[in-house]
Design a protein around this ligand. Structure first.
Ligand code: PFF
Length: 471
């Protein structure tokens, strides 16, 4: 469907939209990042704080994004501009966030894809060498680059086909498959002897390791995992029909996303403890610990490993297409470009940032911007500042710059459906969320090591805000 000039594209069905929005939410954030953050932040306490942010902040912001997107019938930047031009920068910040996340996401997506094949070509044959194997793989120049490019190409092909024909169709197949695959692995994991210690690790909170940066990590993770704070859900909401119940959809998507994160933790930690391994290994967790677990299971391990990495790749794909879509929708709506051209332009830039990120693990490991390599630059800037500030901006925008009646009208479909918690949602979004994010951001930024990077990120947002009128 090529409808950039005429009628705007839309979702084909309700279930299609839910699958696409949940597809965007469920991704590397749930299966790669959530477990390793849980592992490095002490387990249950981190999960509990995370859940509080998801339900207390994330759900309301998702509702807000859906409402603003559908009301404006435009993607992020255009939607803000339509209601208040001084906020255009919040949309542009979202487009920038999408570019930055796509600066590192396809690299990890490429690793996941590579591991589908590596699972059957010897990765699991020597369990003691799996850590070194991962290290050698990600630091080599050509191999991860090739996988990253294949992964990125898949994104470009899907998004070029449009909203209904590409994103919706792909998500409708990929999301249910993912659920089934993960549940199989989780069941295997909790039935291993000694799995109880892992369940205790994730469900029995120990607050002794909690600091300011734990809260920032949990908040950033909530935004990242739910695809919030950068206009992605706003853009998806803009393709939604006027008959849909927005708050119900937001709740379904939030619960789906959270359940996958929890299932991923249940799949990983019981097995990890059953095999006497260490939880706090960082970003390599999924790629080192999970194959090690599978390697110790014999023949069935190979099959489970293939299933696991297919699931991870599919989950990643339905998320990165939404990131690409944020940029593409901006180019279509605001720059009046055609879909195919926009995809090629955005995809082309992402090839370059992806190459830099991939090489920053190896050949370019000496190149630092503000103290970190390319991969970390894109990752930390978005996860630790842009998404949280973006979420704060949408809360402020909805609470202070939109008409309350308009919001009520949008969320009740012109008074035809009920939203009993409207007042609660409105006041939480208007007063509590901006303050909560502000407090967490300040506490977190103060306890973070990459001070120069944080200052740069904030300065960038300020510059965007100042030049808002020109955007
Ligand atoms: N939510 C995705 C994940 O958990 O992997 C990542 C993501 C997608 C973040 C889209 C932001 C976004 F707009």
């Amino acid at each position: 469907m090529e409808k950039s000039q005429g009628k705007r594209e839309s979702w084909g069905s309700r279930i299609g939209f839910i699958m696409a929005a949940a597809g965007s939410a469920v991704g590397l954030g749930n299966i790669w990042r959530f477990p390793y953050l849980t592992g490095t932040n002490g387990g249950g306490a981190f999960i509990l704080i995370y859940l509080v942010f998801v339900l207390g902040v994330g759900l309301s912001i998702m509702t807000a994004e859906f409402a603003v997107g559908r009301r404006a019938n435009l993607a992020a930047a255009g939607a803000f501009k339509k209601f208040n031009p001084r906020f255009t920068f919040a949309g542009v910040l979202g487009v920038l966030s999408a570019f930055f996340i796509m600066g590192f996401y396809p690299v990890v997506g490429g690793w996941a894809l590579a591991y589908v094949f590596k699972s059957v070509t010897g990765l699991l044959s020597n369990s003691a060498a799996i850590g070194d194997y991962f290290g050698t793989f990600i630091t080599s120049s050509i191999e991860p680059l090739v996988w990253m490019l294949i992964y990125l190409l898949a994104n470009i092909l899907i998004v070029a086909r449009g909203v209904q024909g590409g994103i919706e169709k792909a998500s409708k197949v990929m999301m249910p498959s993912l659920y089934v695959l993960f549940i199989i692995i989780a069941i295997r994991s909790i039935t291993l002897p000694g799995a109880g210690a892992g369940l205790e690790f994730i469900f029995k909170p120990d607050f002794s390791q909690v600091t300011g940066s734990t809260f920032l990590a949990a908040l950033g993770q909530a935004f990242f995992s739910l695809s919030l704070g950068m206009g992605c859900m706003l853009t998806y909401g803009s393709y939604l029909s006027k008959e849909e119940n927005l708050q119900k959809n937001a709740l379904i998507v939030t619960l789906m996303d959270t359940s996958v994160a929890l299932i991923a933790a249940i799949a990983i930690f019981p097995a990890l403890f059953a095999f006497g391994m260490e939880p706090a290994v960082g970003p390599g967790l999924v790629f080192v610990v999970v194959p090690s677990i599978f390697a110790q299971m014999g023949g069935i391990g190979v099959i489970l490993s293939v299933i696991f990495f297919i699931a991870l790749t599919l989950a990643a794909l339905t998320s990165s297409v939404s990131l690409l879509e944020v940029v593409v929708a901006y180019l279509i709506d605001e720059r009046k470009m055609e879909r195919k051209k926009s995809v090629n332009l955005a995809g082309g830039i992402m090839v370059i940032t992806g190459i830099l990120s991939s090489l920053s693990m190896g050949a370019l490991s000496g190149v630092k911007i503000l103290g970190v390599g390319f991969f970390d630059f894109f990752d930390i800037l978005t996860d630790k500042i842009f998404l949280a500030i973006g979420g704060m901006l949408i809360a402020i925008f909805v609470g202070w710059f939109m008409k309350k009646e308009d919001l009520k009208d949008e969320l009740t479909n012109g008074g035809t459906i009920k939203f009993g918690l409207f007042e609660l949602w409105y006041n939480v979004t208007k007063y509590i969320i901006p303050i909560a994010i502000g407090v967490v951001a300040v506490a977190g930024i103060m306890s973070i090591e990459q001070t120069a990077l944080m200052i740069f990120g904030i300065a960038l947002i300020v510059v965007l805000a100042i030049f808002s009128k020109k955007l």
